[in-house]
Every structure is written in C-alpha cells, then in structure tokens.
Design a protein around this ligand. Structure first.
Ligand SMILES: Cc1cc2nc3c(=O)[nH]c(=O)nc-3n(C[C@H](O)[C@H](O)[C@H](O)COP(=O)(O)O)c2cc1C
Length: 217
C-alpha cells in the first residue's frame, strides 16, 4: 500500500474484535512519534491503559459526554430525563445508540491516552500551545495511517470540557500537560468502506485562488 492508498483507505473503526499485540502497538506509537512538531518540541506523551477499571471509567465518561450531546440543555442527572431518552432511543447521529457505541468502542482494544505538553519555553505564549496541539494531532494522523497500512483499526475518542478534566485527574496527567484525545487500536470487526456521518465535500470545493472565495477554473 502506498501512502496515497493508506490516506484513501483510512476509516475510523468503532468496533473491535480483539486488541493488537504490544509489538504492533509500539510500532504505531513509534510512527506517531516520527511526526513533525513546532520547534521539534515533540509535545506528545502516550499513556497505554490496560487497567480494566480505568478503561471502564473513561468509557463511561465518553458515554455521558455523548449522552449529554443528546439531551443538550436538559439536566443530565435527572433519572426521569435519562429514562425518557432510553425509551425514545432515537436513531441518528446523536442518539442513545450512538452514545452506547461510543462507550462500547472501548471493548476488545488497546486504549491509549494521547497527551500534549501545554506550550513550551520561558514565558509561554498562546501560539506555542496551538503549535503543540497541532503537532500532537499530526502524530495522531501518522498513527492512523500506519494502522491502515498494517490492516488495523483505530478510533479517536475525544473528551471535552469537564469530562476531559475528570479523565486528566484519573490518569494523573500533570498540570503542564493535557489530554489531547483517547485513541483505541484493535483488530476491526469490519473495516468501514465509507464514512459513517456527514457528507464528502466535492474535490476542489475547498480550493481558492489568491483570495478566499475566488474559485479556480
Ligand atoms: C478531532 C477529532 C475528534 C474526533 N472524535 C471522535 C469521537 O469522539 N468519536 C468518534 O467516533 N469519532 C471521532 N472522530 C472521528 C471522526 O468522526 C471521523 O474522522 C469522521 O467522521 C470521518 O470519518 P472517517 O474517519 O471514517 O474518514 C474524531 C476525529 C477527529 C479528527
């Protein structure tokens, strides 16, 4: 597979039948750590999580976060509202099934917390943090492409706001680092051939010439 094929074939895998070996995992992490980074800071850290209790807690946070997207402004800890959502079980991108799927994706796989060093150098500046975040995501993409090449699945499972803060405490992530995202690797139950949500933007709909909005012929 050449790199263009890997780019085209890479799909998010949200269901795994078994974890990958430690050697396979290390190979992917090494591919990640070869990514470019602003000022070559290499701001990434990986926490490989194999404690089932911790995995279950992270999966629960992801579930609650996804559920919260469902219920939006409704009160999360109101059991009546939760029950109502369970009963409705609406299909669609923000449904209960989706929330369960986000939780269940933590089964039968290798769970890795990808952390990011927050900025760097004396007198940290906001752009330093942005560069570090960007660098860590380049590392994540390297791993995704390497996993594709190796016939393995990968899912990004992002935690936001207070779900992220709780996870950071749980994983003992120090103050000068943050959780970029959770990532899962595994043998896919099936490799999705197409994207599960959203639409594909037509090629070159994103291309401008000289100024934003000026389309090339
Ligand atoms: C920053 C970022 C966060 C994402 N978070 C999640 C997530 O929490 N759960 C999930 O299932 N997929 C997540 N994804 C994967 C996207 O949903 C997926 O890449 C997109 O739908 C396109 O599908 P594809 O990866 O199969 O091409 C995330 C991707 C990115 C880049």
């Amino acid at each position: 597979m050449n790199v263009y094929e890997a780019i085209a074939r890479r799909r998010t895998t949200r269901s795994f039948k078994e974890p990958i070996t430690e050697d396979q995992l290390r190979k992917l992490l090494i591919a990640g750590a070869m990514a470019p980074s602003g000022s070559n800071v290499q701001p990434w850290e990986f926490i490989v999580i194999d404690d089932d209790k911790i995995i279950a807690q992270i999966a629960e946070l992801k579930y609650l976060q996804s559920l919260k997207m469902n219920i939006d402004a409704m009160e999360l800890n109101d059991p009546k509202i939760i029950e109502k959502i369970h009963q409705q079980a609406l299909p669609g991108p923000l449904s209960l099934q989706m929330a369960l799927r986000q939780r269940n994706a933590y089964q039968n796989c290798n769970v890795v917390a990808v952390c990011n060093k927050k900025g760097h150098g004396i007198g940290r500046k906001p752009w330093m943090n942005v560069e570090n975040i960007a660098s860590t995501w380049m590392c994540i993409e390297n791993m995704a492409l390497a996993a594709t090449e190796d016939g393995l699945g990968m899912q990004i499972s992002i935690l936001r706001e207070h779900y992220k803060i709780i996870a950071e405490k749980l994983l003992n992530i120090p103050e000068d680092h943050e959780l970029a995202t959770m990532v899962m690797f595994g043998i896919p139950t099936e490799i999705p051939s197409k994207r599960e949500m959203g639409t594909i933007r037509p090629d070159f709909s994103w291309l401008h010439r000289n100024m934003f909005g000026c389309k090339s012929e």
